[in-house]
Ligand binder design. Structure first.
Ligand SMILES: Cc1cc2nc3c(=O)[nH]c(=O)nc-3n(C[C@H](O)[C@H](O)[C@H](O)COP(=O)(O)OP(=O)(O)OC[C@H]3O[C@@H](n4cnc5c(N)ncnc54)[C@H](O)[C@@H]3O)c2cc1C
Length: 416
């Protein structure tokens, strides 16, 4: 099914009877060449690129719930390519370039909006670090501008500039960053994958792996055994639980992260802002609600809901940056499970088990990675070689001493 203005008008005039399901409700076959576990953004993108870019066929995505029910539909929708390290920035720049062409590629309106993201700075040291990061971004083909106080004030005059515990001293502006409608990404990739012949199997939980002589032969599921020549695990917050079924212990902890949406306001925030003195980030949705979030809840959990102390903490951070926030009403909040790696960077790698591949450890930042993670994981599964932008995302990097500690915070999930 395709969408066009003409089609929308025709359906409106004929009672909306012509719309069909966007993807087939597939039932598992006994064996596939490729099975991707997890129907989130990453899993669906992987299946799509396996078929579309690498010419593979006989592919299935196995999802325990419904498409879009995981983090891909729970995040705060921010995309950006503003990293410091060479192990990261080329990857996120590749992702941003894929975002820029995604709607044309999928013929799906994902509301990709490059409205700019501004990291606020509150000290001389932060300005120095931002200048260094901005230079690294530019060297890797991204964009960055250092703003002084007047520059920030021009864009966001209502921020708490002087009368604050941490006065604003400037900002690092990344104009190509922005937001994307998150669940449309899942639906767009699902439709694209389905069109390439991929079977999307919902309500099908993987409950175990069949491994013989060091080779993965397939998965046990609530819909029976599904054989696979190559199996990719892409289950985000459930990574440690699912890989434990294959006998692997990962350098990943699962934590809850919450998101919040306010009542609708007139256009207020032109772009995305992040607070440099607390953990708070905020944008305004096309419906007018402020969409914001902060820290993880701070303890290990697999529950997709958060707790009140973190709500208070996020609200305090928000208020200290934008005092006027105190007058708006909160409409909704929810939680998702984060796969927090020990250095804050992800994994896209083969496992020691033949035929079993792993993509995970995306922490807070996996939504912006969706197109590139799908592409790079498909590249790895198809060719058995890492994509050139993802060579550092190895599972053995803690053993070999090649950590990718983007923030220089050390091995503690709540600091990344
Ligand atoms: C509140 C919040 C805000 C965030 N904000 C941002 C942001 O602004 N920008 C950004 O870049 N990132 C953000 N993230 C992170 C981002 O959403 C995730 O890193 C990313 O979505 C993870 O990849 P995914 O889409 O494939 O995950 P998911 O959508 O969670 O997909 C994984 C799927 O695996 C399935 N699964 C699990 N176990 C099994 C099993 N046993 N069998 C079969 N299927 C299984 C799950 O049901 C799920 O659908 C945020 C996350 C949260 C929770």
């Amino acid at each position: 099914m395709t969408y066009s203005g003409f089609r929308v008008i025709r359906e409106a005039l004929t009672g909306h009877k012509g719309w069909r399901s966007v993807w087939r409700d597939a039932h598992p076959k006994p064996h596939y060449d490729f099975v991707v576990i997890g129907g989130g953004g990453h899993g669906l993108a992987t299946a799509y690129y396996l078929a579309r870019e690498f010419g593979e066929a006989n592919i299935a995505v196995v999802e325990k719930g419904w498409i879009g029910g995981g983090n891909v539909g729970r995040n705060t929708t921010i995309i950006r390519s503003n990293y410091l390290l060479d192990a990261n920035e080329p990857f996120y720049e590749f992702s941003l370039k894929l975002w820029e062409g995604l709607e044309q590629e999928l013929n799906y309106n994902a509301m990709v909006s490059q409205r700019g993201i501004l990291n606020l700075l509150h000290s001389d040291a932060q300005r120095d670090a931002a200048r260094r990061r901005g230079n690294a971004m530019i060297l890797n083909g991204s964009d960055a501008e250092l703003l002084d106080i007047a520059g920030v004030r021009k864009l966001y005059p209502f921020l708490n500039f002087e009368n604050a515990r941490f006065p604003i001293k400037g900002g690092l502006l990344h104009r190509r960053g922005g937001t994307v409608r998150h669940d449309a990404v899942a639906w767009g990739y699902a439709r694209g994958a389905d069109r390439q012949g991929v079977d999307i199997i919902q309500n099908c939980e993987v409950t175990g792996f069949r491994i013989k002589n060091g080779r993965c032969l397939g998965v046990e599921t609530t819909k029976g055994f599904i054989g696979a020549t190559k199996l990719g695990v892409s289950v985000a917050g459930s990574s440690s639980r699912v890989m434990a079924m294959a006998g692997m212990r990962l350098p990943i902890e699962s934590h809850v992260l919450q998101a919040f949406v306010s009542e609708g306001l007139k256009p207020t925030l032109p772009g995305v802002i992040t607070y440099g003195a607390g953990h708070f980030y905020c944008s305004q949705s096309n419906k007018g609600g402020l969409v914001f979030g902060g820290d993880i809840d701070g303890y290990n959990s697999y529950a997709q809901r958060g707790n009140l102390p973190t709500v208070e903490d996020v609200a305090e951070s928000g208020m200290s940056l934008i005092p006027a926030l105190g007058r708006i009403r909160l409409l909704r909040s929810w939680g998702g499970i984060m796969d927090m790696s020990m250095d804050g960077s992800p994994f896209i790698d083969k496992t020691p088990i033949d035929g079993l591949y792993f993509n995970g450890g995306w922490c807070y930042g996996g939504f912006k990675a969706t197109p590139a993670a799908g592409f790079a994981f498909a590249h790895l599964m198809s060719t058995d070689r890492s994509h050139k932008t993802a060579t550092a995302y190895r599972l053995d990097r803690f053993r070999t001493g090649h950590m990718i500690d983007e923030k220089g915070q050390g091995a503690q999930p709540n600091l990344h």
